[in-house]
Design a protein around this ligand. Structure first.
Ligand SMILES: Cc1cc2nc3c(=O)[nH]c(=O)nc-3n(C[C@H](O)[C@H](O)[C@H](O)COP(=O)(O)OP(=O)(O)OC[C@H]3O[C@@H](n4cnc5c(N)ncnc54)[C@H](O)[C@@H]3O)c2cc1C
Length: 483
């Protein structure tokens, strides 16, 4: 029997596994999809919020501020791209200026460091491309931008390196109480565990429902985005928000950690939790609101649209609790924004629940809290030359837009959580993330995956199960593949 089973490997499941891996516990993580961080964690604004937005006294307020601090430390230690660029909330009129004052007071109550209220001239001086209509702003220096996949992946990799078992393509289909714990059924087998954490994102209420009827519902809400070319990166140097409203934090314009510009999201309730479509209406809304903040945005420089689904719930806070009727079964549910910013602290909260019950547990002495992640284009000339001398594959550029080498792709394919898909490689080393969106490097990445993993190229998927890229017969294998 496992000590702990974590359901779901988004950023919350990964952060939970990362904390549990510090203790001598037998831990399994069960993830429905064929890769980690493929749910909401891969499709959001990628902001490590400062923490002035949530109401004081809520879990969101406490864990956002703590998670923000932890994110800085973890990203530095695990080589995750992260920058504390700071954020501005803009005011366009007197009512907005009053809202800024409320947010400032909330932030102070929540313990957010360094908040400042800027007047019009301060805003213009520091962000010259913002609208002339801006009357003032709330500046939060601790807000940051991160690569959300890398953040979750890094924590999951360290967990796996330290002995946590990760089972991908293992959707949970039943949860039954058994002597001393719970039996969790998946197509990969039945896993028995003494404690279970439900970190299944927008599906958390349904997964909880496999055991008992939960007293909350997830009310999915979709947000759509533009991802702009690097030509737009310098429009702003901080994360630019408008005043929040009942639909959330509103439309933002922000540099991304990879040098692009992200613009969005809207907020649209949806029935279908898998519906990641983009709509003309949603994108029009985003464009209209974003240009109110930054009038010079050039939407012809858009390279991709995408959307993510918020795990809003019928409660208005994160749902972190043990089931009163089923001790040892915990929800980490309703993790809407600022869930990414709070994830590290949520993982710590989950681990503390186990430590409270298992008082004899002492941290492992041999826990390895690091990983290696080479990003070739960030190295100095000397470092590049040394790496190429050691492994010539670092001298072959596969993705021209992002300067990603064959060496980086091969390293990803042999990492602690190896990807099997073209998008899995993209998320790990950025190949295909640039202006051409994989038009050039996609087939080359596919070849490398097939070669390294000993697959027929027809078996290499774009992303989730069933997303075949090639069909028909291949000369090399002479075999018929998927049609
Ligand atoms: C539009 C938008 C913008 C956002 N912007 C921000 C932001 O800038 N900053 C911020 O802090 N937060 C932001 N968020 C929120 C943040 O993205 C989420 O809070 C966070 O990603 C939630 O992580 P998670 O691990 O709970 O969920 P997920 O990432 O969805 O992970 C849940 C995992 O559970 C798996 N799963 C589901 N069902 C099963 C099953 N039956 N068995 C096994 N596994 C299962 C899924 O495949 C998935 O991998 C935003 C969200 C959205 C939608």
């Amino acid at each position: 029997m496992y000590d702990v089973i974590v359901l779901g490997c988004g950023v919350v499941g990964a952060a939970t596994a990362y904390q549990l891996a510090r203790y001598p516990l037998k831990v399994a993580v069960l993830e429905a999809q064929n890769d980690v961080a493929n749910g909401t964690t891969k499709a959001n604004s990628a902001i490590i919020h400062a923490g002035y937005d949530p109401e004081p006294g809520t879990l969101m307020a406490k864990l956002n501020v703590e998670g923000n601090r932890m994110a800085g430390e973890i990203c530095q230690k695990l080589q995750v791209p992260f920058a504390r660029v700071g954020s501005l909330v803009l005011a366009f009129d007197e009512a907005d200026l009053a809202t800024l004052r409320t947010l400032y007071d909330r932030g102070v109550a929540n313990g957010v460091p360094g908040l400042e209220l800027w007047d019009q001239s301060q805003v213009r001086q520091r962000e010259p491309n913002l609208s002339q209509e801006v009357k003032g702003a709330l500046y939060a220096p601790t807000a940051g931008i991160v690569d959300p996949w890398q953040y979750a992946l890094a924590m999951a990799e360290v967990a796996v390196t330290n002995g946590v078992e990760l089972h991908r393509s293992a959707p949970v289909t039943a949860i039954t109480p058994v002597e001393g714990g719970y039996a969790v059924t998946t197509p990969k087998g039945v896993f028995e565990g003494r404690y279970v954490f439900n970190a299944t994102g927008v599906f958390a209420d349904q997964v909880h429902g496999l055991l008992e009827t939960p007293d909350y519902r997830i009310t999915p809400n979709r947000g759509e985005y533009y991802l702009m070319d690097k030509s737009q990166h310098e429009q702003v140097s901080r994360v630019i928000f408008q005043c929040p409203n009942e639909n959330g934090k509103g439309v933002l314009v922000s540099p991304t950690i990879h040098g692009n510009l992200i613009v969005g999201p809207n907020a649209q309730p949806v029935e279908d939790r898998h519906d990641l479509g983009n709509t003309a209406q949603g994108l029009d809304f985003v464009r209209e609101h974003a240009t109110r903040s930054v009038p010079g945005l050039n939407f012809r420089e858009n390279i991709r649209n995408f959307s993510g689904i918020r795990a809003n719930s019928t409660r208005h806070d994160f749902i972190l609790e043990e089931s009163p009727n089923h001790p040892g079964f915990f929800d980490l549910a309703g993790i809407k924004s600022p869930g990414l910013a709070s994830a590290a602290a949520i993982g710590k909260w989950a681990c503390e629940q186990i430590l409270e019950k298992e008082t004899q547990l002492e941290p492992k002495q041999d826990f390895v809290d690091q990983r290696t992640h080479v990003v070739f284009h960030t190295l100095s000339r000397e470092e590049k030359n040394a790496l190429i001398a050691q492994d010539p594959r670092y001298g072959r550029v596969i993705c021209r837009c992002e300067t990603v080498t064959e060496g980086e792709i091969v390293a990803a394919l042999h990492s602690p959580i190896p990807p099997h898909t073209i998008n899995g490689v993209k998320r790990r080393c950025n190949a295909g993330m640039g202006r051409c969106q994989g038009g050039f490097c996609g087939p080359r990445v596919q070849d490398i995956i097939a070669r390294e993993l000993g697959l027929n190229p027809c078996e290499v998927l774009m992303d989730q199960e069933g997303t075949y890229v090639l069909t028909g017969e291949t000369k090399a294998q002479g075999g018929k593949a998927h049609v």
